[in-house]
Design a protein. Sequence first.
Length: 369
Amino acid sequence: MTETNDLLPEGLADRLPAAAAATTRVMRDALRVMDSHGYDRVIPPLAEFEQSLATRMEGVGTERMIRFTDPASLRTMALRSDITVQVGRIAATRMADAPRPLRLCYSGEVATLDGRQLDPRRQKLQLGAELVGSDTVAAASEIVALAVETLQAAGAEGLTVDFTLPDLVDTLAQDGLPLPADRIEAVRRELDTKDAGGLRDVGGEAYLPLIHAGGPFADAIETLAGIDAGGALATRIAGLKEIAARIDGQARLTLDPSERHGFEYQSWFGFSIYADGMPGTLARGGTYRIRGLDEPATGFSFYPDRLIDALAEAGEAEPVVFLPPGHDGEAAARLREEGWRTRAALTGSDDPAALGCTHVLEGGEAKPL
C-alpha cells in the first residue's frame, strides 16, 4: 500500500526508465539539430526574481508562476514558467554586446502553479531557439524551418504548421478597416472566439469575413488577400507566402489569421505546430520584442512531453548485453565503445532475462539470448 508521504503533488510525475530514455533521446536529437544550424546553447537558472520574469516581454503574467520569498534578499522569486523570457534577459543584459543576429537555444524544465484542463502537467520540458536582432521574413523563415526539422528529428511525424497574424486587427484598424481605439480590444476578443454575433455587437461588422478566412494555406491566403482592404496586409501576405515556401513539402500548412490565443507577446507573425497522433500543440513560436533593449526577436518553443510519452510506450527496449561472472573485461569495454549497453552479473544466480538483457557475452562477442 502506498504511504501518503510517497504520493506526488497533482500534476507532477516521475519519469521511469523507458520515459527517461525517450526524454534523453528527444533532447539529444533536438539540440543536435539546433546546434548544427549555429544556435549556441544557454542554461538559465531554474528560478529568478519575479519582476524580471514578468516584465521582460509583453503579455507575460505572473498568475501561473510558483512564487516564494528569497531568504537572502527577501524579494519575491518565481520558478520559471517559460524559458523564452530568460533567454530574452540574457540577450538584453549579459549578451547585449554580442554580434547580431544572435542565435541561442535551450532545454530545461518549467513549472506552473496549476495545470490546464487539456494538459494537467504542472512541470514540463521546454526546448527551443531564439534568433535575436532581426525582424525580417528571412529570420521568421529560418525559425519555422528549424522548428520543423527539430520536431522531425525528435520523432514527431505528420506535422501541420498553422500560421497566424497576431497584430491583424491593429494593422487593419489603422488603415484598411478603421476602428476607434476603444473598440480594438473587443474586436480582437470576438475574433478569438469566432463569435459573429459578438463581433457585430461591438461594431466589428467589417471584420466578419476574417472568421471564415482560415483553412489550408493556399486557399486561406487568397481569401485573406481578398479581404485586405487597401493593401494594409500586403507585406504580411507576401511574408507568409515566403515563409510557407521555405517548408513546402515538409509539413501540411494552414492559416488562421485572426488566432491570438497563446500569442499575446507575439508581434506580426506567429505559428503553431501539430503532429499526427499528438493531442494539442507540440510547438509554438513567432516574432516578438525583448524589453530592455527593445530588440526584435523570432523564436519557437517545443513542449515534447506528450511525444515522449508516445515514444516511450511504442519504443522497443535497447539491446543490453549480459556480462556473466568472470567475463572478459576488455571484450566488454570494446562492446561499450561500439555502442552496446552492458549489465554485469553480481552473483552466479543472476538471470539475464530477468535483468532485461537481450544478449550475453560469449567468446568475446554479443550473442542473442
